[in-house]
Design a protein around this ligand. Structure first.
Ligand code: HPA
Length: 310
């Protein structure tokens, strides 16, 4: 179990005090970089990277496409907004406890982060959200949370609400800022959609029946991250904006090909045309991340500019 005591977290603030110039020490906005999206921090000014290994309580990200460092810097016009980005996040499927997964969010909150922009790669369950679409998340469906795998399980702590409401988890004002940013960047309407994120534990991609189940339950996209961080951020009183980049369609055939018919037809000398076999791969996920990372970066930066220092 991760030590999330205020004292332990505060020890990181002391370490960072020795590594960062004064102007970077109190970031206002946090960014979590999803798979293939570490370039979100590429244009930070006065950028300083601090490896997780030089901090206390951070795990190491083991997923290809993820680094393991916090990047500090300034974004936006004039003297800029101090920001911090997680280059590489932790997932439960890597064997990390959920308290390790959400720990960096708690550190960012204690450093002063008021608004957190979380990005991820996700599979689409909605034909209206094709590959390459950026989806502004407005709600989530988290089967693990409903079935006893919730990062906030544990004894009550005086500094946190016991029963955290989630009806306003995805900040309306940040989502407004995001769509204003999309307009200012003249992105076509189809580039940024809205939807509900289903959190699954992974590491397996969904079976077709699971994909259909999640779609029927109201999810638009599905992924293996983000919801734990959202819960911790909300517990810490941080406003949250989530952007999912659709990297693939979840394979959901509406009807299964009958293998009996296939074999019977073959034996009758009238074979059916081969049925397509589709599989999603992590390489595909990373490639789309790379292709779209510039748009993502522009959108995140413009949104932060619109949020300002507030
Ligand atoms: N399913 C779950 N997680 C994902 C997917 C997917 O199809 N694509 C990227 N992350």
């Amino acid at each position: 179990q991760q030590d999330t005591s205020l004292e332990f977290i505060a020890s990181n603030i002391d370490i960072l005090g020795t590594l960062l110039p004064e102007q970077l020490l109190k970031p206002q906005v946090g960014i979590v970089c999803g798979s293939g999206l570490s370039t979100l921090a590429a244009s930070f000014r006065e950028r300083v990277e601090v490896p997780y290994s030089s901090l206390k309580g951070f795990g190491t990200s083991t997923v290809p496409g993820h680094k393991s460092a916090l990047a500090f810097g300034l974004l936006g016009p004039a003297d800029g907004v101090p920001v911090v980005a997680m280059l590489g996040r932790f997932h439960a499927y890597e064997g990390h406890s959920l308290s390790t997964v959400v720990y960096p969010v708690r550190v960012m909150a204690r450093l002063g982060v008021k608004n957190l922009i979380i990005t991820n790669a996700a599979g689409s369950l909605d034909p209206g959200l094709p590959v390459g679409t950026i989806v502004s998340i407005r709600d989530h469906l988290a089967l693990p949370n409903l079935t006893g795998f919730n990062p906030l399980l544990g004894p009550a702590k005086p500094q946190y609400p016991r029963f955290l409401p989630l009806s306003t988890a995805y900040s309306h004002s940040l989502r407004r800022a995001l769509f204003h940013a999309a307009h200012q960047l003249a992105l076509p309407a189809s580039a940024v959609g809205e939807g509900t994120y289903a959190w699954v534990s992974g590491p397996t991609y969904e079976s077709p029946a699971e994909g259909r189940f999640l779609r029927a339950a109201g999810a638009s996209v599905v992924g293996m991250s983000t919801v734990p961080e959202v819960l911790a951020a909300r517990e810490e009183g941080v406003e949250v904006c989530v952007l999912s980049l659709v990297t693939n369609f979840v394979v959901i055939p509406d009807r299964y090909r009958s293998v009996r018919e296939e074999v019977d037809a073959e034996l009758a000398g009238t074979p059916l045309p081969p049925s397509p076999q589709v599989e999603v791969s992590h390489e595909e996920v990373l490639a789309i991340g790379k292709e779209k990372s510039e748009v993502m970066r522009a959108l995140v930066e413009k949104t932060i500019e619109l949020i300002g220092k507030g």
